[in-house]
Design a binder for this molecule. Structure first.
Ligand code: 5GP
Ligand code: ZN
Length: 114
């Protein structure tokens, strides 16, 4: 989608630290990391929020969680534990309206989140 920051990163029109990509998903480092490992996993398809995912997007979710597992392993955080987070809407603090799954790890993560 035009004027979408994360579409721009996925299409390499905007600079981003891409660490993994395939036909369906793109993974890049968060610009303001909140943990030693903080990656953002996005679908190439522009979907604004969790609420906008449809039945036809089930394959995307499967790819996203497969990527999360593989990246947790390759970044050395699978053993100790990690978190996958989606912020949906303003009260949750969503600031970019192209759905993204935060993969966080490398430190003890507090619960509940703020
Ligand atoms: P949200 O608050 O929407 O759940 O998360 C948006 C995330 O995108 C934030 O963690 C923020 O640091 C990250 N972010 C915002 N702009 C950029 C950017 O231009 N590049 C990268 N790599 N991450 C970004
Ligand atoms: Zn987008």
């Amino acid at each position: 989608m035009a004027d979408c920051l994360f579409c721009g990163i996925a299409n390499r029109e905007i600079k981003g630290s891409i660490v993994y990509e395939n036909e369906t998903v793109v993974v890049f480092k968060d610009i303001n990391p909140r943990a030693p490992v903080h990656l953002l996993i996005i679908p190439r398809k522009h979907v604004a929020t969790l609420l906008d995912l449809g039945e036809e997007d089930k394959g995307i979710l499967s790819e996203i969680f497969s990527a999360a597992n593989r990246l947790a392993e390759s970044h050395g955080i699978a053993g100790d534990g990690f978190r996958v987070v989606v912020n949906c809407g303003p009260a949750a603090g969503q600031s970019v309206y192209h759905i993204h799954f935060h993969l966080l790890g490398g430190r003890t993560l507090g619960w509940p989140p703020g």
